[in-house]
Ligand binder design. Structure first.
Ligand code: 0PR
Length: 397
């Protein structure tokens, strides 16, 4: 650190030039992220609330009340307006909290059944909490295989995890069937709807055939649902909801000395952002079901455009028809890594999984971006196809 501070103007100039390298959501080039440019209104309230610390709720009782109201609003979207929970730092913390509660519900057991599609946060949770993940294969629709799930249950099983909107493909596991299994075997069922939580309730309003995934199913004990993904909230804003508020006591730690008075922490973090909670509350109030339904409707319209466009390009295809605004693109003609590299060379920030490229059609993605991407994909496939033919021709000599 330098001895003497610089004037604000000089620091800003340096900062601006250093930040130029970063991608921006508004460029439309980010097609592989589940995050967004936050909603303008949320940003306005966020910066007004930066001093609020929910780690000491006695100092900020009004903000703590807003957190409860936000959780109740989210709970009502998930068929349980009396759910307990927190606005946390993200889906990772939410999933860790759920696994922590599950483990403490029966400390004699340590096995958690997860689909192989489970997000990496469950590996982190298992590592931290000394849990053993039992990974279950997927069926042909990329959902957790129910028969294998039943077979995986042992006297050590403490919980099952189902995903409502997988990271790779946006697939929804058969949560209703998992719920039955959980009830039959008295197991904890956690649903990771980090992405799908802000999509499925609104898809249901648009069209009828949306699979059940929430507290309406008796076995579901907790749900992750992230405002900083499809909820348009500024980072950090994850959501963890428990069917019964009291369940959180299983991980409660009393902090006696706080300035606002003794409190029980039921989150991983101590000091934590009240601004995030206020921003989430504000957006839920401002957008309402109608606003979020419009957001999801637009994303799905563009998702269909993208899916149709991909199917028209020779050499690539869809992994499966998209359930929500996540599209998996595969190729039987050339290695997927080559396609990804060519697209990245053209500036597209896409995600590469083992056998497919993932596009997440977030609200910052517009029609022009989809059209430009499809053009580029077509050009890339032409180029790679020509290269492939040339190498086939030369190898026939
Ligand atoms: N659960 C699911 C189903 C997820 O897809 C994710 C993150 C999480 C939990 C964890 O959420 P946090 O990242 O909030 O802790 N899924 C995104 C992904 O892996 C995260 C992400 C977001 C990655 C933006 C890249 C990016 O640019 O794709």
């Amino acid at each position: 650190m330098q001895e003497k501070g610089l004037p604000q103007k000089a620091v800003l100039t340096e900062l601006q030039s250093k930040l130029q390298e970063d991608h921006t959501h508004n460029s439309g080039k980010i097609l592989g992220s589940m995050c967004n440019a936050p909603h303008t209104f949320a940003k306005q309230v966020y910066i007004k609330c930066l001093e609020k610390n929910l780690g000491d709720p006695g100092l900020f009782p009004a903000t703590a009340r807003l957190e409860r109201e936000a959780i109740h609003m989210l709970g009502s979207l998930l068929s349980n307006p009396t759910a307990g929970g927190h606005i946390v730092s993200g889906g990772t913390e939410a999933n860790i909290l759920a696994m922590w509660v599950a483990r403490n519900s029966n400390k004699k057991r340590n096995e958690v059944i997860v689909p192989v599609s489970a997000h990496i946060s469950f590996d982190k949770a298992a590592d931290l909490l000394n849990l053993k993940l039992i990974r279950v294969k997927l069926n042909s629709m990329f959902q957790i295989d129910v028969t294998t799930t039943k077979e995986a249950i042992t006297s050590k099983t403490v919980a099952i995890v189902g995903i409502a909107g997988t990271t790779e493909l946006g697939v929804v596991d058969p949560i209703a069937e998992l719920s039955e299994i959980a009830v039959d075997h008295d197991l904890y069922l956690h649903v990771d709807a980090a992405f799908g939580g802000f999509v499925l309730p609104f898809l249901k309003i648009i069209g009828p055939s949306v699979p059940e995934f929430d507290f309406g199913l008796p076995g579901v004990r907790s749900i992750t649902m992230d405002p900083h993904k499809m909820g348009l909230a500024p980072i950090p804003a994850g959501g963890i909801l428990f069917r019964e508020e009291a369940t959180m006591n299983l991980i409660g730690k009393r902090v006696p000395y706080l300035a606002g008075g003794a409190t029980e922490h039921t989150t991983l973090l101590g000091t934590r952002s009240g601004a995030s909670t206020v921003a989430v509350w504000t957006l839920l109030k401002h957008l309402g079901k109608e606003g979020y339904t419009t957001v999801v409707k637009n994303c799905m319209r563009l998702t269909r455009k993208l899916a149709e466009g991909v199917q028209r390009i020779s050499g690539v295809n869809l992994v499966i028809p998209p359930t929500m605004n996540i599209v998996g693109i595969k190729s039987d003609m050339v290695k997927i890594e080559l396609i990804a590299q060519e697209l990245r060379n053209k500036g597209w920030a896409i995600s590469l999984f083992l056998n497919h490229i993932r596009i997440v059609v977030m609200p910052h993605v517009k029609l022009l971006h989809i059209e430009t991407f499809l053009n580029d994909l077509e050009m890339v496939m032409d180029k790679l196809d020509k290269g492939r033919r040339l190498s086939l021709d030369s190898s026939s000599f």
